[in-house]
Write a protein that binds this ligand. Structure first.
Ligand SMILES: Cc1cc2nc3c(=O)[nH]c(=O)nc-3n(C[C@H](O)[C@H](O)[C@H](O)COP(=O)(O)O)c2cc1C
Length: 256
C-alpha cells in the first residue's frame, strides 16, 4: 500500500503546472519561429514574383539572389497612377485595406474586396541588359470561398500578359484550385488585357475560348464561380480603380 495520498489540491496544482509549462513552450516557440515564418513568407512571395516574370527557372535555387538582382519593388498611388516614395519593404496591402485612412471603398467593387488600399506595390523586372521587360502587378479578388491573391506579369507594353500566378486562395482542389494547374497557367502568355479602345477585355470563357480570341482564356471546368471571380478581379485591377491610370501614364513612354 502506498504511503502517499493523492489530494485534490495536489492534482489541480500538477495540472496547472503542466498548463503553465505548455503555455510557456508554445509562446517561446511562437516568438522564436516568427522570424523564420516571416523569412519563409518573403521567400514564397519572391518565388511567385519570379515565376510571374518568367525568371523562376533561371533562378533555380538562387531565389533571393535573382530577385535582388532583377526585381525592383516600387509603390504606386492608384488614383494618380504615379510612383510615390514609401516603405515598400513593409508594405502590406491587406493591412492597408483594413485601415480607412489608407484605403477607399471602391465605387464599383467588381472584385468583391470591400476596401482597396490607396497605394500598391508594382514589381519592375529587368532583363540581362538592364531594361525593364516585365511589370508584375499584385491582384486580389473574391473566389467562391474567400479572397484569392495573385500576380499578373505584363510585358513592357503593359498590355501583353506574361503570366497569371495565384499565390494564396481557399478554392477547392480539382475545381477552383485549378488556377494553379500549369496547363491553365500556360494558356495566358500572349493574351491582351486591353482592346484598342483601352477597355479591359481579358476574361475566362465558359466552354472554352476560341483559338483566335486574344483576350479570352478557357474557364476552369466545374468552377464557374471561381472563373467569374478571376474575370472580375482582372477587370477591377486593370480598370480605373486599379492600375489603369498607372498603365495609361507609362504605356507610351515605358516604365523606367
Ligand atoms: C464541395 C464543393 C466545392 C466546390 N468548390 C468550387 C470551387 O472551388 N469553385 C467553383 O467555382 N465552384 C465550386 N463548386 C461548384 C459550385 O457550387 C458550382 O456548382 C460551380 O461553380 C458551377 O460551375 P460549372 O457551371 O462550371 O459546373 C463546389 C461545389 C461543391 C459541392
Amino acid at each position: 500500500m502506498s504511503s502517499k495520498k493523492e489530494t485534490f489540491g495536489g492534482t489541480v496544482g500538477f495540472v496547472l503546472a503542466v498548463c503553465v509549462v505548455c503555455a510557456l513552450l508554445v509562446s517561446f516557440s511562437a516568438v522564436q519561429l516568427k522570424p523564420l515564418q516571416q523569412a519563409n513568407k518573403l521567400l514564397d512571395q519572391q518565388t511567385k514574383i519570379l515565376e510571374a516574370s518568367g525568371l523562376l527557372e533561371k533562378a533555380g535555387k538562387d531565389i533571393v539572389k535573382t530577385y535582388n538582382e532583377f526585381v525592383v519593388a516600387r509603390l504606386v498611388d492608384l488614383d494618380s497612377g504615379e510612383f510615390v516614395e514609401g516603405d515598400v519593404i513593409n508594405f502590406d496591402e491587406r493591412r492597408n485595406a483594413r485601415d480607412k485612412a489608407l484605403s477607399i471603398k471602391p465605387e464599383n467593387d467588381l472584385a468583391g474586396i470591400n476596401r482597396r488600399s490607396n497605394t500598391s506595390v508594382v514589381y519592375l523586372v529587368k532583363n540581362e541588359a538592364g531594361s525593364i521587360d516585365t511589370v508584375v502587378f499584385p491582384i486580389v479578388g473574391s473566389g467562391l470561398w474567400d479572397l484569392m491573391y495573385g500576380y499578373v506579369g505584363l510585358e513592357a507594353d503593359l498590355n501583353t500578359v506574361k503570366s497569371v500566378i495565384y499565390s494564396d486562395h481557399k478554392e477547392t482542389p480539382g475545381l477552383g484550385a485549378e488556377v494553379l494547374n500549369p496547363r491553365w497557367k500556360a494558356l495566358w502568355p500572349g493574351k491582351k488585357i486591353y482592346n484598342d479602345a483601352g477597355e479591359v477585355k481579358a476574361r475566362l470563357v465558359k466552354g472554352g475560348a476560341k483559338a483566335n480570341d486574344i483576350h479570352g482564356v478557357d474557364a476552369l471546368s466545374g468552377a464557374t464561380l471561381t472563373s467569374n471571380g478571376v474575370t472580375h478581379t482582372l477587370q477591377f485591377w486593370f480598370g480605373k480603380e486599379g492600375f489603369k491610370t498607372f498603365i495609361a501614364n507609362y504605356r507610351a513612354e515605358g516604365v523606367k
